[in-house]
Design a protein around this ligand. Structure first.
Ligand SMILES: [Zn+2]
Ligand SMILES: [Zn+2]
Length: 257
């Protein structure tokens, strides 16, 4: 089954392509399910340079809802969950089909923000990352946790990274929030994620994962699908697939496994 639940667009400012172009690409390629998960803006404009503008949410949501295809097209967001904004994200969840969360920023003791992409995470950032990841999974708002190994973008895999893999996968198992094997790291060619050692550690606690391309361009919707599937199979993960159950998005183990 071809599907993608982690899809961006021109709306976030660092992606390109309109919603309809992604849906057409999915149709051409024979997808059975497509979900849009644009980077959710913050009401106060925090991280606005990598997020959709707050004032554009209605247009984005309207574009996704207008899609009529031979397969389900779902409306979602990728959120940077923060406890202080729980009510806001809960309201966004109410009017959408699903949310996913990723941790793209952590707060440093000096009040600044660190990201794994440009400067890389130090040890303190990883500890904060683990906490933020678990908080997002505990929020009760998300369907899966995106690119749990994104913090390895500019870091070697070490003992602290193994701790992160263990703690995040234990929480995933306990809370029944699956983790995502994400193809965007392969596409960027930067290494980092998906990271085999990270996922070997995860595999000790959980045996199923969601596959996403994290597309930011229509042509990338299906581009790394074969690689991430092979990655999952090499580590003996069962692939989870989306289904609609009573109008609710659920993830099920792939048939035959
Ligand atoms: Zn993005
Ligand atoms: Zn992300």
């Amino acid at each position: 089954m071809l599907y993608n639940l982690h899809t961006h667009s021109f709306y976030c400012g660092h992606g390109s392509g309109r919603i309809s172009e992604y849906a057409s690409r999915a149709e051409e390629k024979g997808f059975s399910f497509l979900g849009f998960s644009e980077h959710c803006p913050f009401p106060d404009g925090l991280f606005a340079d990598t997020r959709m503008a707050y004032g554009e949410m209605a247009a984005y949501e309207g574009d996704v809802r207008a899609e009529e295809r031979p397969f389900p097209v779902l409306l979602g967001y990728e959120i940077d969950y923060m406890k202080g904004l729980h009510q806001y994200f809960a309201e966004v969840r109410e009017r959408t089909d699903y949310l996913i969360a990723g941790v793209h920023f952590v707060r440093r003791p000096d009040g600044g923000w660190a990201t794994p992409f440009s400067q890389g995470f130090d040890d303190g950032d990883i500890v904060a990352y683990i906490d933020r990841a678990i908080e997002a999974m505990e929020s009760g708002l998300i369907t899966f946790f995106a690119h749990p190994d994104v913090f390895l973008c500019r870091r070697p895999y070490d003992r602290l990274a193994a701790d992160a893999a263990r703690e995040i996968s234990r929480a995933s198992k306990a809370l029944s929030i699956p983790l995502e094997i994400n193809g965007n790291g392969i596409l960027k060619g930067k290494g980092g994620y998906p990271h085999p050692a990270f996922w070997e550690e995860v595999r000790k606690n959980t045996d199923a994962a969601v596959l996403s391309t994290d597309a930011h361009h229509p042509k990338h919707l299906d581009k790394t699908i074969c690689e991430i599937r092979r990655f999952a199979e090499n580590l003996d993960f069962t692939v989870l697939e989306p289904a609609f159950d009573d109008g609710r998005l659920v993830l099920r183990r792939e048939q035959g496994s």
